[in-house]
Write a protein that binds this ligand. Structure first.
Ligand SMILES: *[C@@H]1O[C@H](CO)[C@@H](O)[C@H](O)[C@H]1NC(C)=O
Ligand SMILES: *[C@@H]1O[C@H](CO)[C@@H](O)[C@H](O)[C@H]1NC(C)=O
Ligand SMILES: *[C@@H]1O[C@H](CO)[C@@H](O)[C@H](O)[C@H]1NC(C)=O
Ligand SMILES: *[C@@H]1O[C@H](CO)[C@@H](O)[C@H](O)[C@H]1NC(C)=O
Length: 303
């Protein structure tokens, strides 16, 4: 995404190479999980389209749309799968979004999610701000929708910045609706790191590690942002597509977070490697789905 380029350039180093599977024990991924990774990647594409263009997202019913300042999201109801899908757009930041613009800055701020307490929970200021723009509306409409469909589950998803917002949204929603069966598909196809280790652990404990699917494509540069040096840590589980073509055989699941430092952690994607930040292809494609694209191919009855 163009919005990530300036930050990425900070880490401009030459070259990029295929790396071997890291130490630790990455697990194989089933074709079922792989097709779910593809499904929710499609929703994160849908989140880029507006209402007129996307009437029936993946042939399902759009029940709500949110649009405030730089944040856009869509809530879709899938009656076949008995679930709602909340998808965040990987937003272009708005100029003048405050002291820390949405993703061009790396400043951290204390987590401010109602009902979530704990010491030293720090998150990226801009990501939290982006979630706050729509959080009251999202919580309100979920309350309403879940009243009529109390057995439905919820998937929260997003690509790039949308993936970062999805993580914060999951934490707040799961806290507000503790009985809700919630899964988070955060597409690190640039989902940048969201907060510090305390935050990552809090997310894991509240949402549940087995409900977290953080997809990464090879050495997508955005997944290395903001850097570990600044105290940011990814959360598991990571689903790492380690090579092309996209197939379940080329994806592994890593249960490790980033507890330690850059050289010792066992996170699949984040083994020490020289990243080519200009590798935008790996940022715009994941599990075979083109992301951040203006395509309307998943819009059902829309154009
Ligand atoms: C939506 O339904 C149409 C007509 O049945 C079908 O051709 C299309 O493939 C469906 N799209 C998706 C994304 O499922
Ligand atoms: C948009 O965000 C601002 C800042 O967080 C908030 O004050 C305002 O109420 C929001 N508007 C809507 C419609 O949610
Ligand atoms: C974030 O969390 C880690 C681990 O609990 C902690 O050591 C660190 O000081 C925290 N704060 C910041 C600002 O990163
Ligand atoms: C998006 O996808 C459409 C259809 O597949 C393609 O024509 C277009 O070039 C793509 N745009 C970008 C920016 O990748």
């Amino acid at each position: 995404m163009k919005s990530f380029i300036p930050l990425t350039l900070l880490f401009l180093v030459a070259g990029s190479f295929a790396k071997p599977l890291p130490a630790g024990k990455p697990k194989p991924v089933s074709s079922k999980v792989f097709s779910e990774l593809q499904l929710y990647a499609k929703y994160s594409v849908v989140a880029y389209r507006d209402q007129q263009e996307c009437i029936k997202p993946l042939n399902n019913t759009a029940v709500a749309r949110y649009d405030n300042k730089s944040t856009q999201a869509i809530l879709v109801r899938d009656d076949k799968r008995k679930e709602f899908v909340l998808a965040f757009r990987g937003t272009e930041p708005t100029k003048g979004d405050g002291d820390c613009s949405i993703d061009a800055q790396i400043c951290k701020t204390p987590l401010a999610i109602p009902g979530v307490t704990g010491s030293d929970l720090q998150v990226h200021t801009g990501f939290q701000k982006a979630w706050k723009y729509v959080s009251p509306d999202v919580i309100l409409s979920l309350k309403k929708e879940l009243k009529s469909k109390p057995t439905f589950s919820l998937v929260v998803t997003g690509h790039s910045l949308g993936g970062a917002i999805a993580a914060l949204a999951s934490l707040e929603i799961k806290t507000a609706f503790p009985k809700l069966n919630l899964r988070l598909f955060s597409y690190a196809i640039g989902a940048p790191r969201v907060g510090n280790l305390s935050f990552a652990k809090k997310l894991q404990s509240i949402v549940g590690i087995s409900n977290i699917f953080r997809g990464v494509n090879q050495q997508d540069p955005v997944s290395f942002m903001p850097p570990l040096l600044l105290g940011y840590r990814h959360f598991p589980n990571e689903y790492w597509q380690f090579k092309e073509p996209a197939s379940y055989q080329n994806v592994v699941m890593c249960q490790y977070g980033e507890d330690k430092d850059e050289t010792t952690d066992k996170d699949c994607n984040n083994t020490p490697v020289i990243v080519n930040p200009l590798n935008v292809k790996q940022h715009s494609m994941l599990f075979g789905i083109k992301t951040g694209n203006s395509s309307t191919q998943y819009c059902g009855g829309g154009k």
